[in-house]
Every structure is written in C-alpha cells, then in structure tokens.
Design a protein around this ligand. Structure first.
Ligand SMILES: Nc1ncnc2c1ncn2[C@@H]1O[C@H](COP(=O)(O)OP(=O)(O)OP(=O)(O)O)[C@@H](O)[C@H]1O
Length: 374
C-alpha cells in the first residue's frame, strides 16, 4: 500500500499542509526541530489513531488551535481509501471513506505502518514493556481479532486490579466477583497468548533469514516467548485458558497481598536468542542492532503475508545510528517494494545507496518544498 497524499491542519507545527508523496523512498530533509518527526508522527497517527511519542492527543494540536486534522489517501490493490482523523480536546473522530467509525478498532488497519526509530534499536536491550508494546502494536495492526482481544483484556485487567485493591477491606464472599473477572481475563488472555505465539513463529522465520544474511551466515536468531505458564500448556486457547486459571488460583494469596494481577500476557516477554545465547545479556551492541534490524525488516514481510499488502515504512533518524553495512542492507531490502519515509539532516550517504531517485521533501519551520533532483 501507498500513502499518496497527506493534508494537515493545525497539527504540531504544521498550520496547513497539503503534500503528495512518491511511491518509493520519500526523504524528509531538514535541520533540527523543523518538523521532520512531526510529519512522520502525523502518518503514524493517521494509521493508528494514536501517536508513538505521546499518549496525550492535546500535544498533537498546534499550540494556537483547539483542534487538528490529519487526512490522507491510501492506495491499495483494491482501490483508494480516504482516511480522516479529527483531534480536539473532546476526543477524536475517525472516518474511512468519509464515514465516521464508531469504534477506533474498525479504523485501525486501513493504513499499515512500521516505524523504525533509534529507540527501536533498544528493542533487544530495553524493557520487557517495550517488547510487549512492540508485539501489541504490530500484531494489533495485522489482526482485528488481536486488537479486539487486547482492548477487552486491558479493560478487564484494570477492573480486576482495582478490585484486588479494594478486596483488602471486604469479606471472603466477595471472591465470587474476583472469580468472574479471572475467568474473563483468562479467556481473553489465552487468545492473546496463542495469537502472539502464532505470529511470533512466523515473524521468527523471516527474521532468521535476514539475520543470517546480515551476519554473513555466522549467526542464527531464535525467538523465545517468556511466560510464567508451563511450556507444555502453550498449545491452544483452551489449554492456555486452563493454565491461566490454575495460576490465578495458585497465586491468589500472593495477588491479594500484592493487590495486582501477577500472571498473564501483560507480564510476558520476548527473548531473542543468537547462537543459543540470550542476546540482550550476552550479545555485543552490533549483534543487538542486527537483531533489532532483522526483526523490523521481518515485520514488513509478515505484514505483507497477513494483509496482502506491504506496509508503509517510517524511518525516523535511524540511518545515522547504523553502520555502513547495516545501512546498505536496510536500504537494499526496502527498495522497490516498500513506500518509505525517512528523516535525515543530510543527504550524503543516502542517495548513493538508492537505485531509484527518491522524492526529496525539504522541511523548514512547518513548511515543505519538494525537490526531485538529488
Ligand atoms: N503542538 C505543537 N504546536 C506547535 N509547534 C509544536 C508543537 N509540538 C511541537 N512543536 C514544534 O515542532 C518542532 C519539532 O519538530 P520535530 O520534532 O518534527 O523536529 P525534527 O525536524 O524531527 O528535528 P530533529 O532532527 O531534531 O529530530 C519544535 O520546534 C517544536 O517546538
């Protein structure tokens, strides 16, 4: 899929912008603090109805305005779809084909994006929370079912944790509601765990091939889903459900004491194993970067496999973080198949690695000048 046009009204430092993009590489060129990342963020927001930088939508609206608009046209094999997102202090409204969507989960998935930012290089070394977020964002875009289960799971988890906090002051008979909440949480939790295992299994196949190539066949990458559930139970939804229920009852005392839910997909993690060693603990910085890059590139293939369309790739200032060999690998892998937006403060080093002429958009103080000549 391609994002052919984008219009912004009062979004961050863009007062009014109407721009069209090329089908290949679009270079967002500019000095610091001119609006390069804001533009990538607008594309991300158009895709996911939320920002990757802030959970406060107010920050997305220009300081002088009360509301913001992000509009885009997405081209797929099946046709062109106009998307529209209105942000105001009262909330957000999302439209597909000019029709307002009651649920944001029906909106998400029209435009699929993969964002690669310097923080993603920390995917391997960073916190388990970052890896869970990675799974949820990517799988949520690919699968409506995943997004739905995740939304339900989070809502029940909030309720259950609130209830566990209140239970300290209540009587034993109140355990009935806790049992009901445990049952619902285990049902959605089991769906999430099984979807993650299935999608990770596929992602691993792609990532392994890419990692092998970048490491010149010296390294083999493997994923391991880290969970408190016994390995033997990770087979199907019913078995995982039962395993979660068992753990809730085994840990009831501890959960009541700690007043929070201690098991489930919100506590799980993903480990990356290179040549049989956990790369977050034992890998060099280079191995960790290669792993992160392989995983990101594998996502492109997985998304194509799941949705029938290649996603749009957003590269926020990552080239400067990669060495020459990894830069070449990245730019070679994306050419010809993926529409890409990359931010940079300088063209040197980028243009030579691209076979086709990129579209250059020079950004200065929330304005864009288009120049097709490199
Ligand atoms: N809500 C807002 N309203 C108006 N301006 C904003 C808003 N939010 C951020 N800005 C401005 O946007 C600019 C930052 O833009 P952006 O983050 O896109 O920088 P960049 O071009 O990617 O730079 P760098 O290369 O340093 O990352 C800053 O000047 C900031 O003051």
């Amino acid at each position: 899929m391609k994002l052919t046009e984008l219009s912004l009204r009062h979004f961050r430092n863009y007062e009014a912008l109407d721009v069209s993009f090329g089908p290949g590489v679009n270079v967002l060129l500019g000095e610091n603090a001119q609006g390069k990342t804001n533009l990538l963020e607008a594309i991300y927001v158009l895709a996911l109805a939320r920002s990757h930088r802030t959970s406060n939508d107010r920050e997305l609206i220009n300081w002088q305005a009360d509301n913001a608009q992000v509009l885009g046209r997405v081209e797929k094999a099946a046709g062109t779809t106009p998307l529209e997102l209105d942000l105001s202090k009262h909330g957000k409204r999302a439209k597909v084909n000019h029709l307002e969507q009651g649920k944001l989960s029906n909106y998400v998935g029209q435009l699929n994006v993969i964002l690669f930012a310097p923080e993603d290089l920390a995917l391997v070394k960073g916190s388990p929370q970052g890896r869970r977020r990675f799974m949820d964002m990517e799988f949520g875009q690919m699968s409506h079912k995943y997004l739905y289960n995740l939304t339900q799971y989070r809502a029940i988890l909030r309720q259950r944790n609130k209830y566990l906090k209140e239970l300290g002051t209540k009587k034993q008979s109140d355990m009935v509601l806790l049992d009901v909440l445990s049952d619902q949480l285990a049902a959605y939790g089991a769906e999430i765990v099984v979807s993650r295992l299935t999608l990770l299994n596929q992602l691993e196949q792609w990532a392994r091939g890419i990692h092998e190539e970048i490491s010149q066949h010296r390294e083999t990458l493997r994923f391991k889903y880290a969970t408190s559930l016994p390995e033997a139970t990770l087979t199907d939804v019913d078995t995982v459900y039962q395993a979660l229920m068992n753990q809730y009852s085994e840990r009831r005392e501890k959960e009541l004491y700690q007043r929070t839910t201690l098991v489930g997909p919100h506590r799980d993690d993903l480990k990356f194993i290179v040549n049989d060693k956990d790369v977050s603990a034992f890998g060099s910085q280079g191995q960790q970067r290669t792993t992160a890059l392989s995983v990101k590139l594998a996502e492109i293939d997985l998304m194509q496999d799941q949705t029938g369309e290649y996603p749009v790739l957003l590269l926020d200032d990552v080239l400067s973080e990669l060495d020459d060999m990894r830069q070449t690998h990245l730019l070679t892998a994306i050419q010809d198949k993926v529409q890409t937006f990359l931010t940079t403060t300088s063209l040197s080093g980028v243009a030579q690695k691209l076979i086709h002429q990129p579209k250059i958009l020079t950004i200065s103080d929330g304005h864009i000048a288009v120049d097709d000549e490199v």
